[in-house]
Design a protein around this ligand. Structure first.
Ligand SMILES: Cc1ncc(COP(=O)(O)O)c(C=O)c1O
Length: 366
């Protein structure tokens, strides 16, 4: 017997997460110079990190031989001050992906189900399945969450509803009033996760006041990350806000040192790199426009996006993806998201966006 069969069948059935192709891998495969490759495949911040963040990482290296603060006091204090949330209501994670896994670990199990939308972030079905829970996928509406259909899909055994706002890879946004009406209507026995990984890329007027909602809806969990606008994808730091008792059960299933010391120091400092985040926000909007106008110029449709990426309908996406790779441009195919004609492109620096659009034009002609 192959010992892998000792794993529960629901674990063996998991399809692996498909990350963006690393630059070094493409360089190896194609014999290309790494410096000639652009990667617009993982919704990273092409501007890097802010100056305070960099200084904090440099300073934290001196103490790297020690375990991190398992309670993340400094980062929780900084988040508490910024958002007016009690420290007892904060859960820190090795990226917000880790926090999503903690939700699944704490609230899902065989015999339970979780509701999520078609085209929603891939980690929701993965985390659900890894716990042996049943996933209930609800058809999307214009690529976005159909909140009314999701409310109807909640079953007697449903314990979690996952919502990405904005969603990746569609970039769609549920408006604040519709989203709050949805949360209000969900039975209190069901946890609602609102994943705001791209929150910092939204104009203030389009953000939902989810932090205030926490007081009204004790079953609500809001997750955010330092991987996107703050530029810390490689270090891994994310967090959740939740009612203190909910945060408490999530912390019980957390590894004691799940966030490393460099990530803790960097994330605490990143909250003060306001100018960097403001610049990232403004340049992202310009970059989105550049990509959207470029797509239109090539006669292609795209899904209007509120994130730092846009999904463009290129037709034979798997083939165009390969042609782009040959030109040293890495984007993300999204066939696994039931979007076989789209490619998701992360907003890069202006020159990178230009290089992508030129490579796309050439790849469409090949
Ligand atoms: C919607 C959404 N949520 C969560 C994440 C997880 O990001 P991280 O674990 O880097 O915080 C991502 C990453 O792409 C995402 O798109």
């Amino acid at each position: 017997m192959d010992p892998c069969e000792l794993a529960p069948s629901y674990v063996r059935a998991i399809a692996p997460y498909q990350p963006g192709k690393p630059i070094s891998e493409l360089a190896r495969e194609m014999g290309l110079d790494e410096r000639s490759i652009i990667k617009l495949a993982s919704n990273e911040n092409p501007r890097g990190i802010g100056p305070r963040t960099r200084a904090a990482i440099d300073a934290a290296i001196a103490d790297i031989a020690r375990y991190p603060d398992g309670n993340g006091f400094e980062l929780k204090a900084a988040l508490s001050k910024r958002y007016g949330v009690d420290m007892a209501s904060i859960v820190l994670g090795n990226g917000s992906n880790d926090v999503l896994e903690l939700v699944a670990l704490a609230f899902l199990a065989p015999g339970r189900s979780a509701v999520y939308s078609q085209h929603a972030f891939a980690v929701y079905p993965l985390a659900t399945q890894a716990r042996g829970a049943r996933g209930i996928q609800v058809p999307a509406k214009n690529y976005g969450h159909d909140l009314q259909a999701m409310a109807k899909a909640i079953a007697d055994d449903t314990h979690v509803v996952w919502i990405a706002n904005p969603n990746n890879p569609t970039g769609t946004l549920a408006a604040a009033d519709a989203l709050e009406a949805f949360v209000r209507g969900v039975p209190p026995r069901v946890i609602v996760v609102i994943d705001e990984a791209y929150n910092e890329y939204l104009p203030a007027a389009e953000r939902s006041d989810t932090v205030k909602w926490l007081k009204r809806y004790p079953n609500l969990i809001v997750t955010r990350t330092f991987s996107k606008a703050y530029g810390l994808a490689g270090l891994r730091a994310g967090y959740a806000f939740a009612q203190a008792s909910v945060a408490d059960v999530m912390n019980r299933v957390r590894q004691p040192f799940n966030v490393n010391s460099l990530a803790l120091a960097a994330a605490s400092a990143a909250l003060d790199d306001m100018e960097f985040v403001a610049k990232s926000y403004a340049e992202n909007l310009q970059g989105l426009r550049q990509l959207e106008e470029g797509a239109t110029g090539l006669g292609l449709d795209y899904i209007p996006s509120r994130g730092n990426f846009v999904s463009i309908r290129v037709g034979k996406a798997a083939e165009i993806y390969k042609r782009l790779l040959r030109r040293g441009v890495i984007v993300r195919p999204v066939a696994g998201y039931e979007m076989p004609e789209h490619l998701r492109v992360t907003v890069g620096l202006p020159a990178e966006n230009e290089k992508f659009l030129a490579a796309l034009a050439a790849s469409l002609r090949d």
